[in-house]
Design a binder for this molecule. Structure first.
Ligand code: HEM
Ligand code: HEM
Length: 135
């Protein structure tokens, strides 16, 4: 695993450790007010980044796309910003709302970009294979 895939997996591991530390802190303190932050770190951070990390090597046409590093950096910056925004909001600092809002939209745009990279690699590859006479 290298390049964008390795970057995504490194990000995923960092989210997993951070999210579990927050989950443990919530469980031990019996204060679950950071539940949405923990949930997004674990699922948006750990699970989604890990899915991306496995997708790119599995579909080399997507891994070789020049847009793949853009997808990584937009996802990384927006997901880290979103998690910081959520942590502040659920810690009572509502002034962080614009950070969470901008980062949410950034993550959404990153997901649209991934949809384009992934679907054009999957279906584009199949079309050229079909053109070459493969089935
Ligand atoms: C060290 C391991 C973990 C600890 C101590 C932990 C702890 C917690 C706690 C205390 C809550 C709040 C429960 C509530 O108030 O209803 C919670 C919720 C949640 N956790 Fe974890 N967690 C851990 C690992 C994970 C992992 C690995 C995932 C996913 C990959 C995950 C996903 C979630 C989600 C999605 C919620 C929100 C559930 C809901 O909406 O009701 N957690 N966790
Ligand atoms: C980036 C755009 C996203 C926005 C703006 C967003 C927003 C929200 C909001 C407002 C809630 C309700 C929080 C509450 O309980 O008060 C929520 C819950 C949740 N979201 Fe997201 N979400 C986003 C992306 C995602 C993604 C990509 C995942 C999973 C891969 C996810 C997983 C969850 C889960 C598991 C919950 C339930 C736990 C909770 O109550 O916090 N979200 N989200």
């Amino acid at each position: 695993m290298q390049g964008v895939a390795r970057n995504f997996f490194t990000l995923a591991i960092m989210f997993a450790i951070l999210g579990m530390m927050l989950g443990l802190q919530m469980a031990m303190s019996q204060d679950h007010s950071q539940l949405p932050t923990h949930a997004h770190i674990m699922v948006l951070g750990w699970v989604m980044s890990a899915v991306f990390a496995f997708f790119y090597p599995l579909v080399p046409a997507a891994g070789h796309s020049r847009l793949a590093p853009v997808h990584f950096w937009l996802s990384a910056v927006s997901s880290v910003g979103l998690v910081i925004g959520l942590f502040m909001i659920y810690g009572g600092n509502l002034s962080a709302d614009p950070i969470a809002a901008v980062c949410s939209m950034g993550f959404f745009v990153a997901t649209l970009l991934f949809a384009y990279i992934a679907l054009s690699a999957l279906w584009g590859g199949q079309t050229s294979a079909a053109r070459a006479g493969a089935h």
